[in-house]
Design a protein around this ligand. Structure first.
Ligand code: NAP
Length: 502
């Protein structure tokens, strides 16, 4: 049934989305009958009601994924057959993109046009993973002597627990699930409970695309309850987690009880280094875009700008001037660039970071407050006079709050860039090739953008150094992460006896 596009005026006519749990190919209520509700952070209206999984449901989902892996068709299909299903999923995502984008916006608070772009980007990831499903292969060694042949197989690792955050719900599940499936794994997926809608809708897409029962199971519920089961259960072979560094570290520690393979995409405190010879307009634009995109609720946010002292005053004045013109408001209104903060807890966290920056001697040069009225919005905020020891220079705020630091030399800039525990991404802005390359090679981060920011492609690996994560997603090796390596060591002809001659 076709519905009219969602607007602020027809929003209250829409009944809340009803979501169940997908276990072993069947949509089910929670064993306990428990439910949870989600309100739109921009409109304070109930937009979804879900079956809320408990431990028993999580155990059933894991058992279904285990059975699908050990006995089901998915790991046994040809790569070409798996690729066909993944391509069908991509097609269905594009067919349903308006409904998916609306759900994402209602639960997360991000502008609708941005949600649409993310859904299209996610479809591209499913398509890319389909190409890898046909290309996954091992290796062979014909150089080990006349009597020996070595063959290295890539086996799917097994059952993967996939746990995702609330800032890019559909995009992040699409950075993991299609690659795990391409390798022949089965999965149990848990989105952040506040933004479960699009992952539940993906479940229906998977069913419609012909995914065998149990190959993908979807649970809605609290991380502290079902997440714990997914992290520790002996029938799970691998954990693929995106979220905060604190919860990620705890999950790695818990998963060690059964020595699971882990893939961790965690927090960041990403610097954009602005040299005096930068392309001025592009760098100002990137500083503004880098911090306000997704209301700063982005692991890759450019939350620190490091500006060369010679241009600092003028550069910051221009960033402030442009920040004032950023359109913040109802994410369903066309032209809005920054929507609502996704949760009340996050709103409080952001405001607490701003207060602590003031207490530690920094200056709030722009914004700094909640915008009064309906919905949870924070003013675009620029904090100047920041030094490297301050919490605002070290900790992830996850909000529209830019910290400004200054430097004199390239060495100082690198030292500042590498002065946090994180290492997710960074940017270098200079029109001098040597400056760009020298800085990029010395920055400890998984991605360094040169004269651009926040761009991504399915072909390019993504992940963090240090406390920003373990492992890489995307790129041509993305499926290999979801495999075990098996060596076949083959002897040809008569084997020489070891001890007792025959
Ligand atoms: P979070 O609080 O760490 O939650 C992430 C996920 O973990 C959610 O699904 C959450 O469930 C679940 N969880 C909570 N407690 C758990 C437990 N004890 N065991 C297992 N799972 C548990 O992170 P968030 O606030 O949603 O997301 C923001 C963070 O994600 C930021 O730090 C950001 O930098 C990071 N992030 C990193 C990347 C990257 O690729 N590097 C990308 C995006 C976001 P519930 O919330 O439902 O309880």
């Amino acid at each position: 049934m076709k519905t009219d596009p969602l607007t602020p005026t027809n929003l209250s006519d829409r009944p809340p989305f009803q979501g169940k749990l997908l276990i072993d190919g069947v949509w089910a209520a929670a064993a306990s009958g428990s439910q949870l509700e989600r309100k739109s952070p921009a409109h304070d209206l109930v937009v979804a009601v879900y079956a809320q999984a408990g431990v028993e449901d999580a155990e059933r989902a894991i058992a279904a994924a285990r059975k699908a892996f050990d006995h089901g068709p998915w790991p046994r299909m040809k790569g070409a057959e798996r690729a066909a299903v993944l391509r069908k999923v991509a097609d269905l995502i594009l067919e349903r993109k308006q409904a998916l984008a609306e759900m994402e916006t209602l639960e997360n608070g991000k502008p609708l046009a941005q949600s649409l772009a993310e859904i299209e980007g996610a479809a591209d990831l499913w398509q890319y993973a389909a190409t890898l499903a046909r290309n996954l292969h091992g290796d062979s060694y014909n150089t080990l002597g006349e009597n020996t042949l070595g063959v290295v197989l890539r086996d799917p690792i097994g059952v993967v627990s996939i746990i995702t955050p609330w800032n890019f719900p559909f995009l992040i599940v699409s950075q993991k699930l299609p690659f795990a499936l391409a390798a022949g794994c089965t999965a149990v997926v848990k989105p952040a409970e506040v933004t479960s809608g699009t992952t539940v809708m993906l479940g229906q897409i998977l069913v419609d695309a012909g995914m065998p029962a149990g190959a993908v199971n979807i649970l809605v519920g609290r991380g502290g309850v079902i997440g714990d089961v997914m992290v520790t259960h002996a029938s799970v072979d691998m954990l693929s987690f995106t979220g905060s560094t604190a919860i990620g570290k705890a999950a790695v520690a818990k998963s060690a009880s059964t020595l699971k393979k882990v893939s961790m995409e965690l927090g960041g405190k990403n610097p954009q280094i602005i040299f005096e010879d930068c392309d001025w307009d592009a760098a100002v634009d990137a500083a503004v875009y880098g911090i306000y995109f997704n209301a700063g609720q982005c692991c890759n946010s450019g939350s620190r700008i490091l500006v060369q002292q010679t241009i600092a005053e003028k550069f910051v004045a221009e960033v402030i001037e442009r920040s004032k013109r950023v359109k913040v408001g109802d994410p369903l209104v066309a032209g809005v660039q920054v929507g609502a903060i996704t949760t009340e807890k996050q709103l409080e966290t952001i405001l607490a970071h701003i207060s602590s920056a003031k207490e530690q001697g920094a200056t709030v040069a722009l914004g700094g407050s909640r915008i009064p009225g309906k919905g949870m919005y924070i003013e675009p905020t620029v904090v100047a006079g920041v030094t490297r020891e301050m919490a605002i220079a070290q900790e992830e705020v996850f909000g529209p709050v830019l910290a400004v630091l200054t430097f004199n030399t390239l060495d100082e800039a690198i030292a500042l860039a590498n002065s946090t525990l994180y290492g997710l991404s960074a940017a270098v802005w200079s029109q001098d090739f040597s400056t760009c390359m020298s800085a990029a090679r010395r920055i400890k981060a998984g991605t360094v953008w040169i004269n651009t920011f926040l761009e991504g492609h399915a072909e390019l690996p993504f992940g963090g150094y240090r406390e920003s994560g373990l492992g890489r997603e995307l790129g041509r090796f993305a499926t290999e992460d979801y495999t075990e390596t098996k060596t076949l060591h083959m002897h040809l002809g008569t084997r020489t006896d070891w001890y007792v001659p025959r």
